[in-house]
Design a protein around this ligand. Structure first.
Ligand SMILES: Nc1ncnc2c1ncn2[C@@H]1O[C@H](COP(=O)(O)OP(=O)(O)O)[C@@H](O)[C@H]1O
Ligand SMILES: O=c1ccn([C@@H]2O[C@H](COP(=O)(O)OP(=O)(O)O)[C@@H](O)[C@H]2O)c(=O)[nH]1
Ligand SMILES: [Mg+2]
Length: 243
């Protein structure tokens, strides 16, 4: 138990740690159930995971709004970018490849990112997940949905909610250049590449979920609080059923 909590990523906020520590009987029972299913023993699942994808261009405010959603609605926040940056910092075998990919504004191979997200979900005691900045390509989407379906022993499992922070490019560029977090990709050259990649590879994912009726588009301009007032009712509507 302690080891599982202690090994949670640095990308996970302290409020999330506090919440997860108090939710010891939810996702654990599910992941235990998965392990038992693998051994041929079917365990009852107490709570089905509730999954939100948080999408939008670079600097659209995904991470900022995720913090507010965690504080207000008790989700676990999994930032795909933070998980990848942690791999770089830990000097893992994939670290150099990930660093180059991020500098170039390209997308890391799905199997790497999906594995990192999957591991974090398995470690979490929460059952409500915000997956921030993923999926960024159709291939990402298909790989992750396949994993979700295997876990739940169902065909075609999808996220429950997909948020899209819709922000004008000019504003996104301004925000990224002012971000001041020392990121290797927060420069004009990389952000131009990232915007091209977003249009070509990520917008198709957003369109896919729009056609599925899962997409909630947020106008991502205004103050952080004004934007959160568009986000709040989406989760408030699910609160009764999700817990
Ligand atoms: N509504 C907003 N207005 C102005 N700046 C914002 C707003 N929301 C976020 N920011 C700032 O813009 C930068 C990018 O926000 P961030 O949440 O990191 O976006 P993303 O995760 O989509 O790249 C950060 O420095 C953040 O503080
Ligand atoms: O699923 C993902 C998420 C991120 N990235 C890489 O990590 C970078 C930064 O992602 P992050 O979500 O942190 O950026 P943000 O949109 O928040 O600025 C991206 O440009 C990609 O190079 C990736 O390859 N796959
Ligand atoms: Mg971010």
């Amino acid at each position: 138990m302690w080891r599982r909590v202690a090994s949670l990523s640095s990308s996970v906020s302290s409020s999330f740690l506090a919440q997860t520590a108090s939710r010891l009987n939810t996702w654990e029972s599910l992941t235990t159930g998965i392990a038992q299913q693998a051994k041929g023993v079917i365990a009852p699942k107490e709570k089905t995971p509730f999954i939100t994808f948080v999408l939008g261009g670079p600097g659209s405010g995904k991470g900022t709004q995720c913090i507010k959603i965690v504080e207000t609605f008790g989700f676990a926040h999994l930032s795909a970018g933070d998980l990848l940056r942690r791999e770089i910092a830990s000097k893992s075998a994939d670290g150099a490849m990930i660093l180059n990919t991020i500098k170039e504004g390209k997308i890391v191979p799905s199997q790497v990112t999906v594995k990192l997200i999957q591991k974090e979900m398995e470690l979490s005691y929460n059952h409500k997940f915000l997956i921030d900045g993923f999926p960024r390509t159709e291939e990402n989407r298909v790989s992750f949905e396949r994993i979700l379906s295997e876990w739940q022993s169902q065909i075609g499992v999808e996220p429950n909610v997909v948020l899209f922070f819709d922000c004008p490019e000019e504003e996104m560029v301004k925000r990224v250049l002012n971000r001041n977090e020392g990121r290797v990709d927060d420069n004009l050259e990389t952000i131009k590449k990232r915007l091209t990649v977003f249009q070509a590879l990520s917008l198709p994912v957003i369109n896919y979920y729009s056609e599925k009726g899962k997409l909630y588009t947020i106008k991502a301009i205004g103050t952080e609080d004004e934007i959160f007032e568009q986000v709040r009712p989406i989760f408030a509507a699910f609160e009764q059923t999700v817990g």
